[in-house]
Design a protein around this ligand. Structure first.
Ligand code: ADP
Ligand code: MG
Length: 758
């Protein structure tokens, strides 16, 4: 069943070569109790280790069930140890941090037996060695004899064919020794037991074959066996420790050093705390910026004006300046781009207007079209008729496309007097937060006193004169009708009146930006243009290439167009302000506008200005930069803790060397050992990550207090759950990486040496 052929083994220490086995030929029966006697240092342990697959022979062959082991791979040896061999050591070699029961189960665990089955088996074995009631104790709560019984139970767990016992009674008193020998004899009934002993009496009483060793040589064999041909019946199941076992083993080990683990975890969590805090702050600030943007800036209009700055050109020019740092050596002159080249004339075509009208009106909170059309307004002040000067600014109120009252107005302003209507004849006076209106506007309206009552202003009437009444034809030219009295009473005039006073709502930043002034409905200009476009003066002007009022000839087409707009011919607005209804709508509106530019030449492109975006991208970018710098600093502490974990794991490897040896003796693969230590670092990483996040979470409370005191912003620091998860994973990864090399070192440990350590 087991055959040694000229097995040689020597150890080299420095220049000295110790021949521990000098060519051993020995054959064992399937079922016998062999005692190996010999003085210390004669090679007995070496022989057992080689038979048990813990150590490798230098030359010769070990034949198991007819199969040569010369070509055995590491995994074959591991499986062989696990399936066929049960070891019993002089010093018991139990794993101290797991229970007696779990020690007995370990070999079965490694061979992949399910929990219920191995549990039952382990209890049976413990009953057999008389320790059933001690199953849940830790090994160090037992006496020496009891520990050796546990070791015997463990050796029997996988029903091995061979039991190898190395001086199993060496550390026990005579009485206990006898009991252990009885037990071993009992199990030897159907197995091959090879026992090394110092004690010839014990050997004589219990063994049925005695083999004697001296100086690495076999000198006597009481019952030798003639080699008989054996069939190759070797067949063995490979072992594998699953991750859960590795975790459990490490978890139990960690439990025995809670304090140290916790301190380690805390120390390595500092990096995580730092990064988590920085992330919560930057995340919080970003949320605040977003909120600010959503609340206020999204209401800032997208402005399309006839003359626009080409931002792209501008940055190009600035960048060009930056890059031309070297003094030129060639004799070439370059044309320099000037500010004029940055001015882009937006050709607001009918197609563009249609595009704007095609935008879903739900996306638009308000829209205002400003026209160059002159409003011919006259009013009566103290009984005297007076034309209103051009210096009063009168702007369109934002309306939605279908002319319902604009959301942007409702959200940001309130009517403090009068009534806001949608009639084209009704004007609105917008006052600022202190009820102020510019002095010049009031003067123009005929109010020169210090305080003007709301009721005096609301109801104030104006007459809007259409072109056909306002301009008189004189020959080829036109002139303004100066008979204001008559015009005021004319039937064709439109009577406008101030119907309401509006003021920004408290807290509306948008209203603050709006200032004060007189506002009209979009429908008013629509109406005027419709009428004036048909007027005689417009018709005449269209045909002439000179200014029909001043008689001076036009220098170019632009001049003529400007004049026509002034007279109210249907031309495009000079400025369009689109107020998105909310944050998301804005993107959709911009998409439509960008869509228009798609494929157009630079000249025909329409450039819009999105101020909100300019502001927020800037502040967002600054936040990002600061965050990255701070995270980089904290990351250093993460690396440091990763190295620390490496050292701690290495210490743990040193401490658990014996355990590594035991596990290997029970058939654990190198991989399994790596797993055990990776599991340990995994647990530390998980603990430190969780701890770090927890502490960071707690720290956000005082941090928010301080921020609130400084900036009046509430609940700024907020940890994004996604960030938390990423940090946890990073923490685990870094610790596992830190512990990886020590875990590899652990796996490489020679099991024989590992077992020898104390
Ligand atoms: P025994 O168990 O019979 O007392 P061993 O098999 O342990 O003897 O040792 C046989 C010889 O090999 C001894 O001289 C011992 O010093 C030597 N030896 C055993 N293991 C090693 C080792 N790892 N390195 C060097 N020498 C060793
Ligand atoms: Mg020995």
């Amino acid at each position: 069943m087991l055959q040694l052929k000229k097995i040689k083994k020597s150890y080299k220490t420095g220049d000295f070569i110790q021949h521990a086995l000098k060519g051993i030929d020995l054959e064992f029966r399937k079922n016998e109790f062999v005692a190996i006697l010999g003085p210390s240092g004669s090679g007995k342990t070496t022989l057992l280790n080689i038979i048990g697959g813990l150590d490798r022979y230098d030359s010769g062959d070990l034949i198991i069930n007819g199969k040569s082991t010369k070509k055995f791979k590491q995994s074959d040896w591991d499986a062989y140890r696990n399936n066929s061999i049960g070891f019993i050591f002089q010093s018991y070699n139990l794993i101290s941090h797991i229970s007696v029961l779990e020690n007995v189960e370990m070999g079965m665990t490694l061979s992949g037996m399910n929990a219920k089955k191995r549990h039952k088996k382990a209890l049976e074995l413990l009953k057999k060695v008389g320790l059933k009631e001690h199953a849940h104790k830790k090994p160090n709560q037992l006496s020496g004899g009891q520990m050796q019984r546990v070791a015997i139970a463990r050796a029997l767990a996988n029903d091995p064919d061979i039991i190898l016992a190395d001086e199993p009674t060496g550390a026990l008193d005579t009485k206990t020794s006898t009991q252990i020998m009885e037990l071993i004899t009992e199990i030897a009934k159907d197995k091959l037991v090879i026992m090394v002993t110092h004690n010839p009496e014990l050997a004589n009483v219990y063994a049925n074959r005695i083999v004697e060793f001296r100086d690495g040589e076999l000198i006597d064999d009481s019952n030798p066996l003639d080699s008989d041909k054996e069939e190759n019946t070797y067949n063995i199941k490979k072992t594998s420790m699953n991750y859960l076992t590795a975790l459990k083993l490490s978890f139990n080990n960690i439990k025995t050093k809670k304090g140290r683990t916790l301190i380690t975890a805390f120390a390595s969590s500092i990096g995580i705390i730092g990064i988590a805090l920085i992330l919560s702050l930057s995340n919080g600030f970003k949320l605040q910026i977003d909120k600010f943007e959503k609340d206020t800036l999204s209401q800032a209009p997208i402005i399309i004006s006839k003359q626009s700055m080409d931002m792209q050109q501008m940055t190009n020019i600035v960048q060009e300046d930056d890059y031309l740092i070297e003094y030129p050596t060639d004799e070439v002159i370059h044309p320099q781009k000037t500010v004029e080249t940055m001015i882009h004339i937006n050709k607001i075509t009918k197609e563009y207007m249609d595009k704007i009208r095609s935008i879903d009106s739900n996306k638009i909170g308000g829209i205002a079209f400003q026209r160059a059309t002159n409003l011919n307004l006259i009013t009566k002040i103290n009984g005297k008729t007076k034309q209103l000067g051009q210096n009063i600014s009168i702007v369109p109120t934002p309306s939605t496309l279908d002319n319902k009252q604009a959301r942007v107005v409702k959200d940001n302003f309130e009517v403090i007097y009068g009534e806001l209507t949608e009639k084209k004849e009704d004007l609105v006076l917008l006052v600022d937060s202190k009820n102020r209106v510019s002095e010049s506007l009031l003067k123009e309206l005929g109010f020169e006193q210090e305080n003007i009552n709301f009721k005096d202003i609301v109801g104030k009437e104006f007459k809007l004169i259409l072109n056909n009444d306002y301009y008189k034809k004189i020959g080829e030219f036109y002139t303004v009708n100066t008979d204001l009295e008559k015009l005021y009473e004319s039937n064709n005039v439109i009577t406008l009146k101030i119907s309401a006073i509006m003021r920004g709502k408290e807290g509306s930043d948008f209203a603050k930006m709006s200032g004060s002034g007189l506002m009209y409905n979009n429908s008013l200009t629509d109406y005027i243009i419709e009428k004036n476009n048909q007027s005689d003066i417009v018709k005449s002007q269209k045909e002439k290439d000179y200014n029909i009022l001043t008689t001076s000839p036009f220098k170019n087409d632009d001049e003529k167009e400007t004049m026509l707009s002034y007279l109210g011919a249907e031309t495009s607005p000079i400025m369009i302000s689109i107020y998105p209804s909310d944050f998301d709508s804005k993107d959709e509106i911009l998409k439509v506008l960008d869509d228009y530019n798609e494929g157009k030449s630079d000249e025909d492109k329409i450039i819009y200005i999105d101020e909100a975006k300019l502001i927020t991208t800037m502040s967002g970018n600054i936040m990002d930069a600061i965050t990255i710098v701070l995270i980089a600093f904290s990351a250093i502490s993460l690396v440091v803790s990763s190295i620390m974990i490496g050292i701690i794991t290495y210490i743990s490897v040193l401490e658990r060397t014996k355990e590594i040896g035991i596990l290997r003796a029970l058939g654990a693969r190198k991989k399994d050992i790596t797993r055990v230590f990776n599991a340990e670092t995994f647990i530390i990483g998980l603990t430190s990550g969780t701890l770090g996040l927890l502490i960071a979470k707690i720290l956000t409370f005082p941090a928010n207090r301080i921020i609130e005191k400084l900036t009046e912003l509430k609940d700024v620091a907020k940890l994004n759950p996604k960030h938390a998860l990423i940090l946890l994973i990073i923490s685990i990864l870094l610790t596992v990486i830190g512990g990886f090399i020590p875990a590899k070192i652990a796996a490489k440990k020679d099991p024989v040496e590992a077992l020898r350590t104390e």
